[in-house]
Design a protein around this ligand. Sequence first.
Ligand code: NAD
Length: 416
Amino acid sequence: MAKKTLGIGLIGGGFIARFHIKSWVGVRDADILGVFDLDAKRAAEACSLVKSAGVGKAKPYRSVTEMIADPAIDALWICAPNFTRVEIMEEIAQAVIKGKGALKGVACEKPLGRNAAEAGRMLELAKKAGLLDGYLENQVFSPAVVRGKEIIWARGAALAGPPYLARAAEEHSGPHMPWFWEGSLQGGGVLNDMMCHSVEEARFMLTPPGASREVLTPISVTAYINCLKWQEPRYADILAKNSGGKTDYINRPAEDFARSLIEYKTAEGKIVVVETSTSWCYVGAGLRLSMELLGPEYSLQINTLDSGLKVFFSRQVKGSAGEDLVEKQNAEIGLMPVVADEATEYGYIAENRHMVRSFLQGRRPEENFEDGLNVTELLMTAYMSADKGRTIPFPPPGLATYVPPVAKGTWNPRKK
Ligand SMILES: NC(=O)c1ccc[n+]([C@@H]2O[C@H](COP(=O)([O-])OP(=O)(O)OC[C@H]3O[C@@H](n4cnc5c(N)ncnc54)[C@H](O)[C@@H]3O)[C@@H](O)[C@H]2O)c1
């Protein structure tokens, strides 16, 4: 008889793993049973969070292979940094191919790879090992995005014609760990880190409900990148201090601002446009995700900081810095928006429910490594466009092996 409850193993027990663990209270038919993290302390912390949330009897493992070998583990969630992706997936594929354990599926955090070659290799390895693959792009599962799409297509598009423009922006004041800031480790700067979300959720909104992503064909990409804030000496100093002297934004910056415009052709031969803007130099209450979908007689807007819940603290309330009100919180006093249930609002619960259900039913998730590869290809084309200062027809030659100058450590807007 088919197993009814999926045993999940997390690889990496840091920031995003904590979000997944918190989301699990809304996920059915799966328990988190294991964590592997190179840092044993992180693994132990994640395991105790799992237990206190009541979402599984998680225990730490000493390696990915050891976790796979445990028959209790049926699927893995890759939540380790970008620079470890391929190495981890190689180990998973090898263990499964050698019969060291039986896995149903693997789900991987965004981005699928630092570049198209890595993302392509991830897909290849999943296929080779016969694994179902899920690409963890939470925003296409966010309730406002999903419900907004449903309403717009059912009411507006059905009567007035399909939407022609989707705008998405992802902005905050910068990542929490030094490795994100290093082009070589992360794959780029904010374009790679956050435009992966915007590009995919905007594409999702423009795609008719139930249709596959092939109905929109990318035609061209135009992009711009710059380092507006963090290359200033006083901010570069902060990055250097936070990384024990490793991050050097004077000589090896990554972009902290990026925008792109992607033209798609629809199945009917019409042009539709995705416009994205992403930033690590946005200073506001915290993470701001915004989205607009526009068509001939309608529009939709989402802004996660326009939350229903707001609190006010006078200047007499001098509490310590925290992230208890909203992700990437920047302040503790004044009028502050609160995202009451971030794991729901950002889409983690629906994302994990979908992945679990797909794996249990033996189906490939709707958001899978193929999508992760497509997103990476668009992002790499955006880097090419920013580098060349012109629109690039898609797909450009050399895409499969392209590594952006930011990732090579050779990009420096102040030395142009
Ligand atoms: N969906 C989202 O909105 C979102 C948000 C944040 C991060 N992420 C993605 O999640 C991934 C992790 O980011 P994070 O913010 O949790 O980073 P993090 O640095 O907070 O945590 C990463 C954890 O992985 C561990 N680790 C490092 N190398 C490892 C290895 N080889 N094997 C196992 N564990 C290892 C580290 O010790 C650390 O505990 C990144 O790919 C990032 O892009 C996605």
